[in-house]
Design a protein around this ligand. Sequence first.
Ligand SMILES: Cc1cc2nc3c(=O)[nH]c(=O)nc-3n(C[C@H](O)[C@H](O)[C@H](O)COP(=O)(O)OP(=O)(O)OC[C@H]3O[C@@H](n4cnc5c(N)ncnc54)[C@H](O)[C@@H]3O)c2cc1C
Length: 442
Amino acid sequence: MSAKRVDPSTHLSQHMESDGPYRRRKYTSHYMDDSNPHGKQSWRGLSGRYRYTSLETVAVQFDFSSQDTEFRLAAREWLRTNVPDGHPPHSGQASRDFALNWLRRRHKAGWSGISWPAEYGGRGLSFERQMIWYEEYVAAGAPTPIDPTFVSLNHAGPTLIAVGSEEQKSFHLPKILSGEVLWCQGFSEPNSGSDLASLRTFGRVEADYLIVNGQKIWSSWADIADYQELLIRTDPNSKRHKGLSWVICDMKAPGITVRPIQNMAGAKHFAEVFYDDVRIPISSVVGAVNDGWNVAMTTLGFERSTAATGLQLELSRKIELLLNMAQVSGLASADPQLMHELAIARAEAAALRALTYQTLFRTPDSVFEGSVVRLYFAELSQRIHRIAMDILGPANMDRTLNALWIHDYFESYSETIAGGTSEIQRNIIGERILGLPRGAVK
Ligand SMILES: Cc1cc2nc3c(=O)[nH]c(=O)nc-3n(C[C@H](O)[C@H](O)[C@H](O)COP(=O)(O)OP(=O)(O)OC[C@H]3O[C@@H](n4cnc5c(N)ncnc54)[C@H](O)[C@@H]3O)c2cc1C
């Protein structure tokens, strides 16, 4: 596929660099909005090429090769006969079993890790092919891509590919892809969400181990995960971004207590995690000890840019389903305002798809633009789920019949919080892309 980002004045076509989507990203932005000592350096790197000083008119042309089309048709055919029946359970062991069984089935047929390196069990194809797979995946009505395998496949695995040691990669990556294990993320703490650099969970170095004490919160799927990407402070005298380490934590290690939290959709898919003298081998540190902030920024680069690709594409399918519901219920002819909103949402979902493809053709320095995609997706998702509620109407708020729409509506509230809130994404866009001054305007 050779999607082009077309600038009408230059007709410039940008291509992915040859080292693929999992190169280490020079991403020094923030989970959060905060004074990163590396931020300035990266910002300087940005000036010129990707700093928008005025609104550019750009369009994206899709131009798929015959090999892309062949790949697409093969994916479509496989999905036609293999998508599992029924809806995946929302939490607990049942959700783990469902997600891992479905991943195993994909893996056996060669449909997992499409863009992951072949030596670790992937297919070594381009990220564009991964996109084509997702497009076919959602069109086939396959289980939502936000399931318990989300962290392993979309940011823990990619982080290991980018910065893990050879030993870490060859041990963990094949297990992730073949559906043997699940990962969760332990970054946020009760007082360190947007301001992640203030985190306090501490790992004391003792011979070849880190002895970890502290607490994490909102750790998605922690109750059913095997491993956690855990960000802790390892230098007792350090402040802020310095002295942190990104470690692979075995969730079965003695001293770990997981307490699931129920959300307003009724699911229990995130949890508090407590660490009481948990021993983690130093060989489980990814990157260097005390260099965890850089590794965490690599993780967040994936979390914000490529991780939600499947979900973004899923929105288009939801709109088609809503159009169908509006037609069947007669609302399509009775409520022009609703149809207007759906038409806008459909156009916005198409724009989101184009934006997602467009980000594939940027250089690593431009990953701040992941925040643009993330923000646009999150707010569009909320609008679409609100329209769904308008179409169902008060008479159809029956949890049994319309369970999935109602569940997804409640879940959509979290889109503007998870992975960094919309306010934080706006800060990043304002400061890192548009070059607005940092901090409050006096
Ligand atoms: C569904 C879901 C899943 C999650 N999964 C995980 C997970 O697996 N692992 C994990 O570690 N975390 C996870 N999180 C946590 C998530 O990363 C945090 O909730 C998020 O970063 C916000 O942090 P906070 O909740 O502490 O809010 P706070 O940081 O306390 O923010 C409160 C409010 O203040 C605003 N605010 C804060 N700072 C600024 C600023 N500088 N400028 C403007 N506004 C600001 C925020 O936008 C927000 O509206 C998840 C969250 C959700 C909703």
